[in-house]
Design a protein around this ligand. Structure first.
Ligand code: NIG
Ligand code: FE
Length: 422
């Protein structure tokens, strides 16, 4: 029996209730009931999708000789490559001790203020060589890819000072050039206030000096930077400070895509909407006004269920966002505080703890995550002309990838990135 499903939609982003209306093309029984009519995806030599259709239609257009390579997906499901909308993948050391402390009752901010948290990772990352950071990054990206993520948003932010932020961005640039994945790279120098400095001084340094230096390197082809991020939070950077950094980044053509309303309400969502941010992450404490503002501006809400789960934060008001027409994306937020490399686990938590339907979860981790990174023209759905990023799932329906918690690497038979089996 052949059951092939292709999840496909023509939209660039799915807002609110549209999120459950992903078109799922299913294989069908032709008149000749001896042969179930499967679907095929034809990929060209540049790695783009050239054609999609039922075999009965495609058989007349192509012969086997037209293809260098055929992947037999009989009995399997095909979905677009997953897109992880938020990760912090370049750092050294670990924070397993803090995991114990949190289980014993310490809060994230207690640990941060005591010089642990991001600061402890900054210290170990400063000590690491570029080579060490590169090899751990590649291992992490490989695991993400095995779990179905073909596009990954990847932030700097454990350097803080210019020299170490540039080191991290170089590591990301090299991984983007050399690896089979697609990275969307984010400068997040404003991830914490550097030790011994103040938020005012840090913002001034970033706006007047660091961002310019980063963009000089980008212009010279030595770095790739797509987005700019700030940790906008009580005790870290204020809404006004975040705005100054994001606007400076936008002046260089970067997409504003930042952390807000995670541990407290500050009005970051309202500000982000006003400046035309592509995406805002976390949003546990978003206000009703903030929801209305991002629905209006089309800013994608990138929600991070593993972090909320692990830190026992209240869930963000996801149903309300969706009802109000917000486009919701999800991400793993992979970082030393919330260590998860698997989008299918994130998808499961989004469904169970954020009350999202399976269709909404799939939209959030494909087309909407693409939109959050300004990539929806080329990624996030299986459509002619888009990049051939695909995940083959060896199960009777794609929902199994979410339903079977912790079994993704077993269910995923093949990952295709940019048209190549990886
Ligand atoms: O998205 N909130 C800020 N940044 C990360 C955590 C980083 C860390 O604790 O190392 C986050 O949760
Ligand atoms: Fe984060």
């Amino acid at each position: 029996e052949q059951v092939v499903q292709v999840v496909n939609n023509g939209a660039k982003v799915l807002r609110g209730n549209e999120m459950k209306s992903l078109a799922v093309l299913e294989s069908r029984l032709p008149k000749d009931a001896n042969r179930r009519d499967g679907l095929s995806v034809v990929v060209d030599r540049t790695g783009n999708i050239h054609d999609i259709g039922y075999d009965s239609d495609l058989d007349g257009k192509y012969t086997e000789q037209d293809f260098d390579h055929i992947v037999d997906a009989t009995g399997q499901c095909v979905i677009p490559g997953l897109i992880d909308g938020h990760t912090h993948p370049v750092w050294a050391g670990d924070r397993v001790n803090e995991f114990s402390m949190k289980l014993a009752g310490a809060t994230y901010m207690d640990i941060h203020k005591a010089g642990g948290g991001i600061y402890s990772t900054v210290t170990s990352t400063h000590l690491a060589t570029e080579e060490q950071l590169y090899s751990s990054l590649v291992q992490r990206l490989q695991t993400m890819l095995q779990n179905g993520s073909t596009t990954i948003e990847a932030k700097s932010g454990y350097g803080l000072d210019l020299e170490n932020e540039l080191k991290i961005l170089r590591v990301l640039h090299r991984a983007q050039k050399e690896g089979p994945w697609n990275l969307s790279i984010t400068y997040c120098g404003a991830h914490a206030v550097p030790k011994g400095s103040s938020a005012e001084v840090a913002v001034k340094d970033i706006v007047e000096h660091h961002l310019n230096a980063v963009m000089e390197e980008t212009k010279a082809g030595r770095l790739t930077v797509d987005n700019v991020d700030v940790f906008c939070e009580t005790g870290v950077f204020t809404v006004e400070q975040a705005k100054a950094i994001l606007r400076k980044g936008q002046s260089f053509g970067l997409n504003a895509n930042f952390h807000a309303e995670e541990l407290s309400y500050l009005g970051g969502a309202e500000m982000g909407a006003a400046i035309g941010s592509k995406a805002i992450s976390h949003l546990e404490y978003i206000s009703p006004e903030g929801i209305a503002a991002i629905a209006q501006s089309g800013t994608v809400a990138t929600l991070l269920p593993t972090t909320a789960f692990q830190m026992r934060l209240p869930a963000p008001p996801v149903r309300r966002m969706i009802e109000q027409g917000v486009a919701v994306a999800i991400g793993s937020d992979f970082n030393p505080n919330a260590h998860c490399l698997s989008m299918p686990v994130v998808m499961y938590l989004a469904a169970v703890t954020f009350h999202m339907s399976l269709e909404e979860v799939l939209a959030a981790s494909t087309i909407n995550a693409a939109a959050s990174l300004n990539l929806a023209d080329s990624r996030g759905s299986l459509e002619i002309g888009k990049v051939a990023d695909m995940v083959l799932i060896d199960s009777p329906s794609w929902e199994h990838l979410i339903y079977q918690l912790g079994n993704a690497t077993k269910l995923i038979s093949t990952v295709i990135s940019k048209g190549f089996v990886v």
